[in-house]
Design a protein around this ligand. Structure first.
Ligand code: NDP
Ligand code: 5RP
Length: 479
């Protein structure tokens, strides 16, 4: 069924989304702050469908039939507010404004409240897939009211990626839910890439393979449990040669990873919710460390590392590659488990009814973290809706415990040889922390009580207690 939609913001994502919409038979009214992008789009791709180029915001809004459906694809933050402030006064009750940018979910909650009060629908929509996904089918995560989704859902579903006949688009939940899950998606994306980078580093340092050879290893891994878009493109990047130097592309790129902010937001939100997303946090910090060039240069000159050659651990090359693969898979399972944990806790905190099985399904296609094992994750949430962590599910428990020995050897080997693997190591520490019968947190409680009379609970009876540390060591019940 063809529909009509307005797209404002025609940079990489907006232009490709507009083309995707037009290719699916929808009439697309175009607008961009500076007219050049609108004209360029029509000039280069006008034949792909029914485009209506406009200049001013008034012309843009005026070209749309009511209830108007508009998607904003501009920079997150003040730019999005500026666009909303310009467009909203021109809209009528019942019109739908969507924000497909990477907005901070709390901004989306604020905007939803303000626009709902004016009788407008606001749909904060996570969209993943980058340039290619926007054009050929992204994963779409709309949040907002059910009523709004009824108006725009079919249109969004028509342009989403399709897996097993199902569109990678689902109504995630009310208000900021769509942008919340997109944020966590990006956090998982950070963790996944960090783990991939650590695996590459270990294969390079341990086995002295060339980037292209490691690219071949990744291509092989992409045929098994690890099959995913990120593993696939890792092979592509590692096999790529720099035209100018003739050397491996990866060796010519400055080793400072940048970030736009969604990974950091994920960790900030996790801190507020009290959810240990250590894999995502380590990935954000690893990018930060990579960017501290002056500190790194100073440290390189004076900090000694272990004086040790990779020896027996890499004597059997194939066995070492398999160990790294298992460590990567186990750590990846942990990262996804932590991300879904954050979604569970976030939904609970904000009162969103997020269907995690449906979410895992729409991440199977179109998005950056699309991966074979999201099918299994979806199945877990269908079969065990009350599961407390993915790690206790039979399949994932089996997968992680099967690779446990290799995982430990890889982390220990990296530590012995001075290769930084914060992702692998923190995932393993999380796994061991979860399964530990008793944690040293009891000692922390004791210390807190001694220096700050913060009290503690006992294992043998209810209540809170304080020990009179500065007096006779007597224990008193405080609650
Ligand atoms: N790039 C990617 O892979 C992905 C991006 N996203 C998100 O999608 C959104 C669009 O991304 P992308 O296409 O990369 O474009 P950019 O984030 O680079 O934003 C550029 C667009 O924003 C417009 N813009 C900037 N400031 C204003 C303003 N104050 N008022 C009006 N328009 C303004 C620009 O207009 P002008 O041409 O006039 O400068 C241009 O159309 C962002 O929120 C991004 O985070 C989401 C998923 C993937
Ligand atoms: O949203 C995305 C994909 O889903 C973007 O690719 C993401 O913004 C990249 O983030 P960063 O620049 O922080 O690495």
């Amino acid at each position: 069924m063809s529909d009509q939609i307005g797209v404002t913001g025609l940079a990489v994502m907006g232009a490709n989304l507009a083309r995707n919409l037009a290719r699916h038979g929808h009439q697309v009214v175009l607008h961009n702050r500076s007219r050049g992008r609108t004209d360029a789009l029509v000039e280069q791709h006008g034949s792909e469908g029914d485009f209506v180029p406009t200049g001013s915001v008034e012309e843009f809004v005026g070209a749309l039939q009511r209830p108007r459906k508009i998607i904003i694809m501009v920079q997150a933050g003040p730019a999005t507010d500026a666009v909303i402030d310009e467009i909203a006064p021109l809209l009528d009750e019942g019109d739908v404004l969507m924000d497909g940018g990477n907005a901070l979910f709390t901004d989306t909650i604020r905007r939803t409240e303000a626009l709902t009060a004016r009788g407008l629908h606001f749909v904060g929509t996570g969209i993943s897939g980058g340039e290619e996904g926007a054009l050929n089918g992204p994963s779409i995560m709309p949040g907002g009211s059910k009523e709004a989704y009824e108006l725009v859902g079919p249109l969004l579903e028509s342009i989403a990626a399709v897996v097993d006949g199902e569109p990678c688009c689902t109504h995630v939940g009310a208000s900021g839910a769509g942008h919340f899950v997109k944020m966590v998606h990006n956090g998982i994306e950070y963790a996944d890439m960090q783990l991939i980078a650590e695996a590459y580093d270990l294969l390079r340092q341990g086995l002295e393979l060339t980037p292209a050879e490691i690219g071949d290893v990744f291509a092989g891994w992409n045929e098994g449990d690890l099959e995913s878009y990120l593993i696939e493109i890792t092979a592509q990047v590692l096999r790529h040669t720099d035209a100018e130097s003739g050397g491996p592309f990866v060796d010519i790129v400055l080793d400072e990873a940048e970030q736009k902010g969604t990974g950091r937001w994920t960790v900030q939100s996790a801190l507020d919710l009290g959810v240990p997303v250590s894999g995502i946090a380590e990935a954000v910090f690893a990018r930060a460390l990579s960017g501290h060039r002056e500190q790194r240069q100073a440290a390189q000159k004076v900090l000694p590392g272990p004086d040790r050659q990779w020896d027996e651990q890499v004597a059997d090359k194939d066995a070492f590659i398999e160990s790294v693969r298992q460590a990567l898979y186990a750590s990846k399972v942990v990262a996804y488990a932590q991300g879904f944990d954050q979604i569970t806790q976030g939904a609970d905190h904000h009162g969103w009814d997020i269907d995690r099985a449906a979410l895992a399904k729409i991440w199977r296609g179109g998005c950056i973290i699309r991966a074979r094992f999201l099918d299994r994750i979806s199945q877990v949430f269908t079969d065990e809706p009350d599961v407390t962590t993915l790690l206790t599910n039979d399949y994932f428990r089996g997968a992680v415990s099967e690779g446990q020995e290799s995982w430990r050897q890889v982390v220990a080997g990296a530590a012995r040889h001075g290769v930084p693997v914060p992702g692998f190591a923190s995932a393993l520490a999380y796994y061991d922390g979860l399964r530990a019968e008793r944690l040293p947190a009891a000692l922390i409680q004791g210390l807190r009580d001694l220096f700050g009379a913060h009290t503690y609970r006992r294992t043998d009876r209810e209540g809170s207690f304080h020990t009179m540390w500065g007096e006779d060591g007597r224990e008193v019940q405080t609650g």
